[in-house]
Design a protein around this ligand. Sequence first.
Ligand SMILES: NC(=O)c1ccc[n+]([C@@H]2O[C@H](COP(=O)([O-])OP(=O)(O)OC[C@H]3O[C@@H](n4cnc5c(N)ncnc54)[C@H](OP(=O)(O)O)[C@@H]3O)[C@@H](O)[C@H]2O)c1
Length: 330
Amino acid sequence: MKAAVLGAYGAVGRRLAVEAATLGHAVTAVGRDGTRLSGVPAHDHLRLSMTDLAGVRRMAAAHDVVVNATGVEDSQLALASTEGGAAFMDISAERDYLGELSRLAPARPIAAGIGLAPGLTNLLAVAASGEGPLHIGIVAGIGEPHGDAARAWVWSVSGRQVTSGGTKQRVYRTARRFDVPGLGRRTLLRAGFGEQDQLATSLDRPVSTWLGFDPAWATALLAVAGIAPGAAAYLDRLSGPAATLLAQRDRWTVVVSDATSTRAWATGRREVDATATVAALCLERLATAPPGVYAADELARLDDLREGLSRAGIEVATNPSITENWKDPR
Ligand SMILES: NC(=O)c1ccc[n+]([C@@H]2O[C@H](COP(=O)([O-])OP(=O)(O)OC[C@H]3O[C@@H](n4cnc5c(N)ncnc54)[C@H](OP(=O)(O)O)[C@@H]3O)[C@@H](O)[C@H]2O)c1
């Protein structure tokens, strides 16, 4: 397949270009800076800004699938790509934008929110049994250089109002305890990742998302941003030095819990790599799907991706008893 990766020299985009090529796809690296673009290993390179929608349409006409890894959250980009004739995948986690995509009636398939969270978390939630409210906990290692767009989003949602099962909460202001394999009991803060709305619809049960950092003390920075969203930009400036100082703390873990226990979890190193892995593994499914807008859980099942996830060093469990036996490999 011919796959165009938009934002190809970004944190996820660069990795995605490599992962898609490994799966046998001919990748075109797309971006607006020719010099940085030429450093991305790819079959082809195309200089293009996402604001040039006519250019996006022309580019899409020459590809089977277009992946947006720019963090530019504009549904016109999805429409231009699908009108051009390509399937469109967005890795964004932003719930308003994913909601906007879900209301489109595209000529070609669109995948909304394919990565680690949303993405793999959707598949874990579907695989988790039980009923009643579902809580998705995400623990991100801060010893990983995250991309600017991802970091900006995490801080920008501080203090925003979110609703789940009729309960209104503000992002990073409410805490909940989770059993996190390898880390023990962890306090995570209410977050606003896009899968909570997608899953509430597809599973017909309240779904909420929660975020924390590893090491645990760093979660306090999110709590500060929740109370004082104006401080978020200053707190973000600590990210670079923290990633350098704690370079070994790059393990992420996501858990899906109900009222009583952890129902499913996954863990691996470098969240950027996991996002690229999941997106790459879903490319072919998307390109061959009928027109429509798909969340990750509507595109694939956990079992479909297990082999690819395992190859990428991502451990997945849906049996709670495994949780008790899990040993931290660090
Ligand atoms: N689902 C998940 O699990 C998950 C995980 C991680 C990230 N994400 C999401 O993935 C997206 C990318 O994140 P990231 O951290 O990889 O971003 P990043 O490192 O900041 O990379 C974004 C890239 O897009 C390019 N770009 C921005 N605006 C552009 C435009 N108008 N035209 C062309 N290129 C443009 C930037 O290039 P310039 O330098 O030229 O501006 C940059 O190279 C974000 O939406 C993030 O929230 C999702």
